[in-house]
Write a new protein. Sequence first.
Length: 107
Amino acid sequence: MQWLLLNPLLNPLHQVYFVIHFEERPMETEIKDIGTLFEQLGLPADEASIDEFIASHYPLPDDVKLSEAPFWNASQAGFLKGEILEDAEWAPIVDELNARLHANKPR
């Protein structure tokens, strides 16, 4: 925790001090990748399980959005949809999963 005192250049007879409180927050260190996305979704996150999941659900038809795929539960679907709509921190990884599940990927 840090404190910073500021003395703006006001009338010299009326010195006013502002106190600003800064909280130090640890930097986020979690690396976001397809494995941590699967963990976030409550799915097995080892490479073999991820590959098996993708193979068993591939190809997802082009007209089906990833978040609307029938194999997600409501919580998983809501998470995926929210991350994309908000362009949130998981969005690039959700996009990667989307690309890996749709049929238009190169073979």
